[in-house]
Design a protein around this ligand. Structure first.
Ligand code: MN
Length: 209
């Protein structure tokens, strides 16, 4: 999440500004799972606001300069909300590709089958968690340091790093993520997202855990 870094007294690179990420695909590339109109609002306005608020709110606090993950682990209140939503949306937008879909492979697939019995059962469990999350929030596939997998239902801006788990795949169930395209049919939107999941990205997050 580094845009501009300077060296601290400890020799570590400190973050002086949290980045508004660029997308590796066009705004209409994920249609019909996510429309151009939703991307323009969600990426172009919601994420931009979260990043701007994060950079404004963190100035002069004890957390200034920490990695985005550490800010999300330690912050509370409005700073947590905006840092959490910045991290969440960075993970979200970068886990999709117009060439996505299909199935996971390698060690991630083995861990999914070990935990849920099959990739299809895992998909159904993620969809069920997304459908039944009350209000705004996120559903996450996350891993612990031993490689065990979990599905988490998190309210608002929370992220698995709050529990020192590694976030692998996140589905945004705030209404801004789907209402323009799917109205109240949250389950249909979540089901369509499998068409654009970039499994190699998710596998890398798991392998780097
Ligand atoms: Mn969102």
């Amino acid at each position: 999440m580094l845009l501009l870094g300077v060296c601290s007294a400890r020799g570590q690179t400190k973050i002086t500004e949290y980045e508004y990420i660029s997308l590796p695909y066009e705004l209409d590339a994920l249609e019909p799972a996510i429309s151009r109109r939703t991307m323009a609002l969600h990426y172009g306005q919601h994420l931009r606001s979260y990043v701007e608020n994060l950079n404004r709110l963190i100035k002069g606090t004890a957390l200034e300069g920490e990695t985005l993950e550490d800010v999300v682990l330690m912050a509370e209140g409005p700073l947590l909300n905006n840092a959490g939503q910045t991290l969440n949306h960075n993970l979200y937008f970068l886990q999709f590709s117009p060439e996505g879909g299909g199935e996971p492979s390698g060690s991630l697939k083995r861990a999914i089958v070990h935990r849920w019995g099959s990739v299809e059962n895992f998909r159904l469990a993620m969809e069920e968690a997304a459908r039944t999350l009350f209000g705004s929030g996120w559903v996450w596939l996350a891993a612990d340091v031993a490689g065990n997998l979990y599905i988490l239902q998190e309210p608002n801006a929370s992220n698995p790093v709050r529990y020192e788990l590694q976030p692998l795949l996140g589905f945004d169930v705030w209404e801004h993520a789907y209402y323009l395209d799917y109205e109240n049919r949250r389950g249909d939107h979540i089901h369509a997202l499998w068409q654009v999941v970039d499994w190699p990205v998710v596998e890398k997050r798991y392998e780097n855990n």
